[in-house]
Ligand binder design. Structure first.
Ligand SMILES: NC(=O)C1=CN([C@@H]2O[C@H](COP(=O)(O)OP(=O)(O)OC[C@H]3O[C@@H](n4cnc5c(N)ncnc54)[C@H](OP(=O)(O)O)[C@@H]3O)[C@@H](O)[C@H]2O)C=CC1
Ligand SMILES: CC(=O)N[C@@H](CCC(=O)OP(=O)(O)O)C(=O)O
Length: 344
């Protein structure tokens, strides 16, 4: 059994990790941390977990977690994981960080876009945790930087096009996210009266997921990709729908594009390519680790419009983190993740 610890267990991604891992046949949840609710059982904080995980929350104690666990998930605000990873690596404990600490090849990019305290991870070998790109590296990894939710939807949506060099490297991305993307800490923007029956753009042209997308898309393309990105908060709890506008290098019909995508993703369990004329919807991936991709060719402007839908808390965070854990421990990749989306 793989012994698992979760820091930030009471946050939205933490609870989602517990939901998934409580049904994982090869995992034992050993340690759950909370600053605010320690000494309470997690199922007393989230009744949805009654009978599935009644473990008592403990105060934040990295030494204890490291002595009890084979792998630690840091479901914490960015800036925490980099402080513990070096010691964890020395002790042979693997780290999967849901924050941004380990997502960047160049740490100065993290410093530029993320505020607060941080520790340079220097020579720690880390891998960006998109299995559909880095599966072989993840197998050997000690530290995985789990991708951001928007970048997951965008990278999976664009990868076949960039890999095949059929679009230009200037891409416009428009994304909508459910409110759980902002975590469970209350803020003015996330109040019911602000979100309900409302849709609004935020962090336009300055969202911190831009450098993450550009880093990975440029590596796939082999030259610099630039992204114009507008995220929106949508009146729903979960889900991300990203719509991407790409200039085709030459004329192409939708069936050719479909064949490129289906061939590219033929061995990827969690990526589903929709038939021409079918478009992704967040409801079709709700509660699941799947990414749905669809597209349309606008002949008038020679633009390929790609749409990609994920559940931000599953493929966009905790599901992908468990997928990475499975790969790191040689467990079948879809273990505990083979969940049919909830519909409607
Ligand atoms: N929500 C999403 O869709 C996604 C989130 N992420 C990333 O995952 C991470 C967690 O996000 P999410 O679960 O949404 O966030 P939440 O705000 O819901 O949860 C974070 C939890 O961390 C604990 N915490 C906060 N500050 C500290 C601290 N200084 N030291 C120790 N524990 C602390 C809190 O729990 P307590 O008070 O009980 O200790 C809190 O519940 C973030 O880095 C986020 O950016 C990534 C992809 C998607
Ligand atoms: C709706 C909403 O607020 N979403 C969050 C996405 C959180 C996230 O994934 O950000 P990290 O890079 O810190 O992991 C945001 O836009 O900041």
């Amino acid at each position: 059994m793989v012994k698992v610890g979760i820091f930030g267990a009471t946050g939205y991604t933490g609870v989602e990790l517990i939901r998934i891992l409580s049904k994982h046949e090869k995992v034992e949840i050993k340690y759950l941390s909370s600053q605010s609710y320690n000494t309470k059982a997690i199922s007393d904080v989230y009744s949805s977990l009654i009978g599935f995980c009644d473990k008592v929350l403990e105060e934040v104690d990295f030494q204890k977690a490291m002595s009890e666990c084979d792998v630690i998930f840091t479901a914490l605000p960015s800036g925490h994981a980099s402080k513990i990873a070096r010691e964890a690596v020395k002790k042979g404990v693997k780290v999967i960080d849901l924050g941004a600490d380990f997502r960047f090849d160049d740490y100065s990019v993290y410093k530029e876009w993320y505020s607060g305290d941080y520790e340079d991870y220097g020579d720690i070998k880390r891998v960006y945790g998109i299995p559909e790109i880095y599966r072989d590296d993840i197998k050997e990894a000690q530290v995985v930087g789990n991708p951001g939710c928007y970048p997951t939807s965008v990278i999976l949506g664009l990868m076949p096009l960039l890999k095949n060099g059929i679009i230009e490297g200037n891409i416009i991305v428009d994304s909508k996210s459910g409110v759980s993307g902002a975590g469970h800490n209350p803020s003015y923007n996330n109040m019911y009266a602000e979100c309900n029956e409302n849709i609004k753009a935020y962090n336009v042209a300055k969202h911190r997921h831009i450098p993450e997308m550009e880093q990975e898309l440029s590596k796939i393309f082999g030259e610099k990709v630039s992204v114009v990105f507008t995220p929106h908060l949508a009146p729903m709890t979960r889900g991300i729908l990203s719509t991407m506008y790409c200039k085709l290098k030459k004329d192409m019909d939708v069936n050719t594009v479909y064949n490129i995508y289906t061939d590219f993703y033929k061995n990827e369990y969690f990526v589903k390519v929709l038939k021409p004329g079918n478009y992704p919807a967040t409801k079709n991936v709700y509660g699941s680790n799947f990414c749905h991709i669809g597209f349309e060719v606008d002949k008038h402007t020679n633009t390929l419009i790609v749409m990609s839908a994920i559940d931000n808390l599953v493929k966009g965070a905790s599901g992908q983190a468990v997928q990475n854990m499975n790969i790191m421990f040689g467990i079948e990749e879809n273990t505990a993740l083979d969940i049919v989306p909830i519909y409607p």
